[in-house]
Ligand binder design. Structure first.
Ligand code: GLC
Ligand code: CA
Length: 565
């Protein structure tokens, strides 16, 4: 397996609005991040993914950009940003900027100009189509928000496409002028010394511009069969690589969705010169109903194994690379989804951390996961939610489809992205030390228990467990490059695997349930496990005399043994 520093990285997502506020306006900012860089160093992460900080009207909190080359004033200035970059680099931490290439804000000057006249020189930067004979939109796609994916522009009498909000018109990547404009802008940031990009929704850039109707009965369809991994996507990414990435030493993580193993291999195999890795929501969306992501679906460890098999074996063995995550700013908190946010909060937070750091692939986690933060109990009425996908889903379901408001609210309370967007918890003072003013999102009421200051002092905290895992990953290349195979493949509570490299085997055992779980390995599996010692685990002491080939795990127990190969 080819070595690369981005394979060995641990990536920490900073959601700037909620990380640290330096001036008391209740909104996190760049100066706030700078004030906490020592914390990042203490944690041991080596790469920061900074969610968008460009100028934006904030309909999607920065994922709707009006100027790709300037900083949103509420976050600071270009000088602040340069200081941030220098301070990160001084501590050996890389910076990935989050770049939204699929769409802009409708307030971007390009779109303002494009919509002013059909003859605008920017018209073709976006995607326009005439109405159908009955005046309706060009096809039947719905956006991620559940409404039609096309909006009629009155002035010029045509519809424009938006896979997301109507205030986020999609760019037309089939236009070479637009592509080159984007490559220039990417070089602008790389020339300032950043280390790479997280590329938002990157496998949607090329669309089937025949715009066929979809026959899927799905609420947030976004034309997925015709907009993901579209006809020219590999050409465009290869071109981007030639024109931009190949000129720098760059780390690129492309956010994708609806990818198969062969798509991912195309995006990430080094011979193809497209992206370093993709990050994809397969695991974090296990509990989503296929026709409506807001509705829950029961899932089993067998479903999770299929996904893990794809990234570990089908992709990993074939030379592709995956960025792994179980939550980010678009998902509820990892503990609430996969673990137990009550009795076993710390155990299950550590169990998920063990999972994330011992798989093959680059781990990504969102600020606050390292404290074991959980979903937000104070978001109870629809007025408490800020993210548009939740608000529009409520509108579509309750107002257009006449569904029961309580049922819809319950779904939103369980799954909203806002659970991941509340302030970081630094200490037990008012507003958790995040701001001296009123935070833009309420602080989670558990901040007196769950905060950096307190967890730093507790050797058994989630925070100290993350630090240990991250430093183990730096010391032991087997965690990055080792081969992968499943153990106990049919177990319904325990997820287990072996990583192997250079005559060493690491056995990982994870109890995904709140009950004790017993296991006995097959003779073949037992033959692989010899002379082990316990490297790390989320319960202070092993419960039983160590006999790794059979045993019992306590609720949400995670343990890693190092054995001879
Ligand atoms: C990505 C972002 C998400 C945003 C969307 C549209 O999925 O992670 O937050 O809403 O793209 O840009
Ligand atoms: Ca501020």
């Amino acid at each position: 397996m080819e070595k690369a520093n981005w394979k060995e990285s641990v990536v920490y997502e900073i959601y700037p609005r909620s990380f640290m506020d330096s001036n008391g306006d209740g909104i996190g900012d760049i100066r706030g991040i700078i004030s906490q860089i020592d914390y990042l160093q203490e944690l041991g992460i080596d790469t920061v993914w900074l969610a968008p900080i460009y100028q934006s009207p904030n309909i999607d909190y920065g994922y709707d950009i009006t100027d790709y080359r300037s900083i949103q004033p509420e976050y600071g200035t270009m000088e602040d940003w340069q200081l941030l970059l220098n301070e990160l680099h001084r501590r050996g931490i890389r910076l990935l900027m989050d770049l939204v290439l699929n769409h802009t804000s409708d307030e971007h000057p390009w779109f303002q100009n494009a919509r002013s006249s059909r003859d605008s020189r920017f018209r073709d930067y976006y995607i326009w189509r005439p109405a159908q004979a009955d005046g309706g939109p060009p096809n039947n796609w719905t956006s991620f928000l559940g409404e039609p994916a096309w909006t009629l522009d009155e002035t010029t009498g045509e519809y424009y496409l938006h896979l997301y909000h109507a205030k986020q018109p999609d760019l037309n990547w089939d236009n070479p002028e637009l592509r080159h404009e984007m490559y220039d802008m990417m070089c602008f940031w790389l020339d300032q010394g950043i280390d790479g990009f997280r590329l938002d929704s990157v496998n949607s850039l090329s669309k089937d511009q025949n715009f066929p109707d979809t026959d899927k009965d799905k609420i947030q369809d976004s034309g997925e069969d015709f907009t993901r991994n579209g006809p020219y996507i590999h050409e465009y990414l290869h071109e981007m690589h030639e024109q931009v990435f190949s000129r720098y030493n760059v780390f690129t993580a492309g956010e994708t969705s609806k990818v198969t193993d062969s798509d991912v291999l195309k995006y990430t195999h080094p011979d193809r010169k497209e992206l370093s890795m993709v990050i994809s929501p397969e695991a974090s969306s296990l509990g989503d109903q296929p026709h409506d992501q807001w509705q829950n679906k029961a899932w089993s460890l067998a479903d999770l194994r299929k996904i893990i098999w794809m990234c570990q074996k089908d992709i990993g063995d074939a030379g592709g690379w995956f960025g792994l995550y179980f939550s980010n700013h678009d998902q509820p908190r990892m503990v609430s989804t996969f673990g137990d946010q009550g009795t076993y909060r710390t155990e299950s937070a550590k169990m998920m951390a063990t999972f994330l750091h011992t798989l093959r692939g680059t781990p990504f986690f969102l600020q606050g996961e390292e404290l074991g933060m959980t979903n937000h109990p104070l978001l109870t009425s629809i007025k408490d939610f800020k993210e548009q996908q939740a608000l529009h889903y409520y509108d579509v379901m309750v107002h257009d489809k006449g569904e029961d408001p309580e049922t819809i609210l319950e779904r939103i309370k369980a799954k909203s992205r806002d659970h991941a967007r509340n302030p970081m918890q630094w200490n037990d003072t008012i507003q958790a030390g995040f701001t001296s003013g009123t935070p833009w999102m309420p602080v989670h009421p558990d901040y007196k228990e769950v905060n950096v200051l307190k967890e730093r002092a507790d050797p058994h905290s989630v925070l100290n467990y993350y630090k240990k895992l991250i430093s183990l990953r730096k010391e032991h290349p087997i965690m990055v490059y080792g081969d992968f195979r499943f153990i106990l493949e049919d177990h319904q509570q325990i997820f287990s695997y072996l990583r192997s490299m250079d005559g060493e085997n690491w056995l990982v055992l994870l109890n995904f349930s709140g009950e004790e779980a017993s296991y006995t390995m097959s003779d073949e599996e037992a033959g692989l496990i010899r002379g082990g010692n316990r490297l790390i685990g989320n319960y202070p002491e092993p419960q039983h005399a160590e006999d790794m080939v059979s045993g019992t795990l306590r609720p949400y127990e995670a343990v890693v043994y190092r054995c001879q190969g």
